[in-house]
Structures are given as structure tokens and as C-alpha cells.
Design a protein around this ligand. Sequence first.
Ligand SMILES: Nc1nc2c(c(=O)[nH]1)N(C=O)[C@@H](CNc1ccc(C(=O)N[C@@H](CCC(=O)O)C(=O)O)cc1)CN2
Ligand SMILES: Nc1nc2c(ncn2[C@@H]2O[C@H](COP(=O)(O)OP(=O)(O)OP(=O)(O)O)[C@@H](O)[C@H]2O)c(=O)[nH]1
Length: 458
Amino acid sequence: MEMDTITAISTPMGEGAIGIVRISGEEALTIADRLYRGKMQLKEADSHTINYGHILDPDSGLVVEEVMVSVLKKPKTYTKENMVEINCHGGLTSVNRVLQLILNQGARLAEPGEFTKRAFLNGRIDLSQAEAVMDLIQAKTDRAMNVAMKQVEGKLSKRIQILRQTLLETVANVEVNIDYPEYDADEMTLELLKEKSAQVQNEIGRLLRTAEQGKILRDGLATVIIGRPNVGKSSLLNSLVHENKAIVTDVPGTTRDVIEEYVNIRGIPLKLLDTAGIRDTEDVVERLGVQRSRQLMIDAELILFVVDYNEELTNADVELFNLVKDQDTIVIVNKRDLDEKINMDEVKALAGEHPILTTSLVMDEGVDELEEAIRDLFFQGDLDSGDLSYVSNARHIALLHQADQAITEALTAVDDGMPVDMVQIDITKAWELLGEVIGDSVHESLIDQLFAQFCLGK
Ligand SMILES: Nc1nc2c(c(=O)[nH]1)N(C=O)[C@@H](CNc1ccc(C(=O)N[C@@H](CCC(=O)O)C(=O)O)cc1)CN2
Ligand SMILES: Nc1nc2c(ncn2[C@@H]2O[C@H](COP(=O)(O)OP(=O)(O)OP(=O)(O)O)[C@@H](O)[C@H]2O)c(=O)[nH]1
């Protein structure tokens, strides 16, 4: 199938040192050559070279831009098609004028993610790798980036392929049994089927156990700081943010009263969620009646609950804690530089199984310990184990669960003495579901929808 030639600006919109306009498709070099003037025509240039020259407006003959042009000839390119990348002087006008000239020559404006979509459709990468390209762009910490990079390189794909191969062999074996029932290999077939299925389920289980951690690395750990007025919530937020250089984003769609700040806590992106309702308040418990704040707290994956070392535990503390005691909560007893007026035994009784830390945020004491406690709560020290094949994508997680379920159904069918071709149907279903992770037999509309979330020009 021949695809048309597409083009887009691949660098961020705004003033910058260099802006890149990308072209991909059969006509990429031909189109670029109609606009480019240099030592030689681009189609004569060797692949993977960069060439100095100028872009001219073919109508007026006037020089529009001074450029460096990368020539990338198929099939060894990002999209597996002919590609040209025109490096312009950065700035909105410059790249837009060059883009316009390319469009005038018959290229079509690319849709978001269309270059990567072509890399997928042309078979250079599978769907899970394409999705990881997206994760790579959005990674908030080095560690999240390492995980995404492994997936771009195909580490998850390889594991999925091995699982599918095992299932395929199992199905083939069952088929022999259906085709030659007189062969009487029944017992053996079922034994083998059970063994192989268990093997596949083990590996799926292992992958799913990495999922929670993978999701945290990818999306950040949704965290809310709560506590009575004046206990030191803002100070805690500031300590975490200043030591770790926050990336601040407003949550789209929520009239900008939820603020997200990403801080890197030992490789974990902590997504600190903040609303007016949670922090700037006279009576916290009352204000938490505000639906949005309460929801934020309920949805949080980590609660940092702050109390004052220098004051007795109050009813408000207890009530507030009771709202979150079933969640992952760390109790922070702040202002330890002042006199001990709180009863630590009461704090311990209240906290139960939850970790307790004492801090002095004005003296900058205890923040390291807090960061360690956060990491231990979610990663028990295995963040450095080197196994970076985390599953982090919600779509992949759902498919793995379904595949696991299908195999369980196959095994139940075996135990119930169902005919072997019934068992085969379940195993085949598991094989198909795993295939969807890497984009095998997925619906076109799903593919469109996934790539539509990409950046323009990627
Ligand atoms: N200028 C520029 N920078 C970029 C990209 C790009 O497309 N253009 N990339 C993307 O956005 C990323 C690099 N990713 C790439 C991945 C594969 C291939 C590629 O051509 N693969 C060929 C093998 C090439 C070779 O071995 O020489 C292949 O797999 O067949 C290129 C870029 C990041 N930086
Ligand atoms: N001595 C001492 N004072 C602290 C410590 N941490 C915070 N404070 C002080 O306590 C006061 C309240 O701190 P904030 O961080 O604003 O407390 P908050 O919980 O955000 O307060 P509200 O926004 O009113 O809910 C400030 O004057 C801080 O300087 C600490 O560890 N020791």
C-alpha cells in the first residue's frame, strides 16, 4: 500500500535556535528538491547526510531561508519511507513559511503522531513500542524515561511474543489431537496444555505485578498533603518542591483550582495535588466537605498527614485521619525543634500500621527520611534491581488481565472434562488478546485513537 507524502513542524511552536520541518513519503525528496538550492540535488545526496543550502520560493525565485537538510532514504528511516528534515532558523515565521511551501508542492499536513503511526504500519515498531515513544516524551523522571526506553527498544514486545509462541505451540498440539483422535494422545496433550498454560500464567502474573509500579513511574504517584491549619503543610510542600525542582501543571478541564506539581522523589515522580479546598482553610474537616477536595483525597495514592509536635492531638486531627486511614498514609509529626506537647503514644495508637516520621521543616530535618519512607512504601528497594520491563500502560494491563482470565477458563474446561476443541478456543483467545498488546489484529479506530494523542510532528 502506497501512502501519500506528509509533512509537519516537529519542534515546539515558539522562538528557538532551530526549527525542524519533517517530510515523509515517496515524494519527500522530489518535493524538497523543488524548493532546495545547494551543492547538489538532495536525491543525489547519500542517505543519512546533512546538506547545507537555501530554500527558495519557486514562484518568486527569492531565498526564503538558510537551512541544513537531512536526507534519509528508505527503508532505513524512522518511518521506513523517504524522509527529509529541513533545519531552519528557529522562530514561528521561518518554519511556517517553509511548511507552507512544502504543502504547496503537494505534501499533506501530517496528523498528530502520523510519522510514528507510519513506523508502526510499515512494521518498524509494534504498537506497544509506539505507545512507549509517547511515554518517553512525557517522562517526568530519569527512571520513568529508562522504563519507557526499554519498551521502545522492544523489551516488552519480546516477552509478549514468547508468551504467544508458547500458546501457539500448545494450540498446535491440541489440534493434532483433534485431527487424529485415534492417536489416543489425549492424556499427554492435556498434561502439556496444563503445564504450558501455567507457565504463561506465571509470566503474565509477574508482568502484572510490575504494573502498579510501572503506572506510578509513568503517571506519577498522586499525593495529597493534609492536616490542621498551621501544622506545616505549605512548609512540607515547599521543602519537597525546592529540593526537587517541581514541574508545575494545571489540570486541564478543572477551572484551574487543582494544581499538579511533579517532584522527583528518588526516581519516583510524585504528583503533588493541591486545591484551595485542601490547604487554604480555617476548618479543614469542614472544608473537606467540598466535593472536589474530598474526591482528590479519596483518589490519592499517597496521603501525607501532618500533625504538630508542639500541640496536643486534637479531635480535628483524629477526624481527618479517620477519613484516610485506609489509604497509603505517612504520618508526619512536624516542628520537632519545639517542645514535645503531643503525646507520641497517642500518635502511634492513631497511626496503627502507618509509618510515622518526625520532622522539623524549618530546620530542614527529616525530609530525607520522608523521601526514603515514600520510596519504601511503594518500591521496597527494588527500584534498582535492573529489571526495567515494567508494564505501565492501562491498555496493556487490561489485556494481560483478560488473557490471564481466558487461560483460567481453558484450565477450568480441562478440569471439567470439556471437549478439547473448547479448550482450544480459550487458548486461542488468550493468544489474540496478547497480540493486541503489540498491535496484532487491533481495530483501525483504536489505532487512530492511540496515535491521535501524540504530538504533532512526531
Ligand atoms: N532529527 C531527528 N531526531 C530524532 C528523531 C528523528 O526522527 N529526527 N527521532 C524520532 O523521532 C528520534 C530518534 N529515533 C529514531 C529511530 C529510528 C530511526 C531509524 O532510521 N531507524 C532505522 C535504522 C537506521 C540505521 O540503522 O541507520 C531502522 O530501524 O530501519 C531514526 C530515528 C530522536 N531524535
Ligand atoms: N518551629 C517550627 N515551625 C514550623 C515548622 N514547620 C512550619 N513551621 C511554621 O509553622 C507555621 C505554619 O506553617 P505552614 O507551612 O504555613 O502551615 P500550613 O499547615 O500550611 O498552614 P495553613 O495553610 O494555615 O493550613 C509557619 O510560621 C511556619 O514557619 C517546624 O518544623 N518548626
